[in-house]
Design a protein around this ligand. Sequence first.
Ligand code: ATP
Length: 383
Amino acid sequence: MAHIELKHLVKKYGDGFPAVNDVSLDIADGEFVILVGPSGCGKSTLLRMVVGLEDITSGELDINEKRVNDLAPRDRNLAMVFQNYALYPHLTVRENIAFPLRLAKGKHSEAEIQAKVDRAAEMLELTEHLERKPANLSGGQRQRVAMGRAIVREADAFLFDEPLSNLDAKLRGQMRTEIARMQRRLGITTIYVTHDQVEAMTLGDRVAVLSKGILQQVASPRELYEQPVNLFVAGFIGSPPMNFLPAQVDGNTLKLPFVDVPIPDDLAEKVANHDVVIVGLRPEEIKHEEVNPVDGGASFNAVVDVTEWLGNEQYAYVPFDADPKVGQALADLDRDLDGESLRTQLVVNLDSRSRILEGDEVTFVFSPGSMHVFDPETGENLT
Ligand code: ATP
């Protein structure tokens, strides 16, 4: 088992911009931690530094209270589970799982090897497939064989680098549940890299969000969603993404594109120094007033431009003009998020009882307490 501590880790390739910049993260024994962020944010580099495939430029990596910066990968006792599972097609499941034990020549008796393989197979529900070849297994079973190898080695931790990214959506969903179930059952410390936020939100105990090599926030999925520390995390976590609206601060009032909202008391001091702020509203916090009235809510009328009906919910899109004064912070954010965000339209997530048509004028409502308010220069969440 492993307690893994990343202390101020930095990775520079050549003299370039650091790919990993001062990342500290304390991963408890048995914990499942996800590293997530857009392409190029440094998550694979960070994982490779932990496993020993990449040198650490500065900082310290400790496993079970011991500095391992200079230990070779094989001496760190971590098991990397690769995207293609790296199984040998000509070997049976039994021999694939036994492989790492056979590599350590003479270290284990045949009886010991078989006992370890049998035990791992039982834990992974693979007993009845032990004599099969990988080609005759489902994707989920192959994944379990790869995990079986790590188990017989008695690896202290599992490291996954985007293991599901080549699969279609349905299989990805099944495998996600499988990995979660196995990790809970085995209780092995796990670090899992992904750029898929559904994986990030559903798999881990904690999620570490990276942008440009810098750790933005480490928290439970719920906390990330409900209390993102900055614009980046707020925009990255959640689908459809959080709406960002420019708002003018005018005395006790926030002037949003559609409606004026009294500034909540606990925010008054924090926004007092700003002319404009960015207001964040989750799509599901905006309701169709006729169907879901909100007590003390701020309501506004708007014409719906486009609707998308998904059976159990419906998205409505409402265009607005962005205030040029906050344009720069939002343009930076768009770039950081690979242009995934929507910045000149409001997206509203309605429940399926709302049957809104394109071109309809609708009264929307939201609770002022559901607003996130961001500093337009630093992106910090002031709420
Ligand atoms: P992706 O999701 O696309 O795999 P990532 O978040 O895993 O991205 P990394 O692969 O860790 O990102 O890369 C982080 C940064 O380091 C990127 O800017 C990348 O171009 C750079 N980088 C990665 N490997 C090398 C290398 N061997 N030499 C030079 N630069 C590298």
